[in-house]
Design a protein around this ligand. Sequence first.
Ligand SMILES: [Zn+2]
Length: 104
Amino acid sequence: MPKTTKKSKFPTELCIFGRTVKVEILPVVAVEGSECDGCYDPETKTISLAEKLDEESRFRVLIHEMTHASMDISGLSELIPDVKMEEAICVNMESLAAVLKLRA
Ligand SMILES: [Zn+2]
């Protein structure tokens, strides 16, 4: 079972391929100076999600970032030379989460 906050069942920590991935919700998430809805840092194994997102959007973005994390930890990212291809895979997984309307 992933660790969750007391107020919500939203995970604060996940185990992906045996590695701990932290999940944090921040007032602002930015990558290279550009604000975004979420990101995954392969150095710290941390997923950051924007506080402004409603719960459904936050889960959609979480699935997107979990896909980046699983591709990083499994080594799949290194086999995909084109970052646009990895992004397309993550967007695809994100769209499936929306279909299922995953929630805590
Ligand atoms: Zn992405």
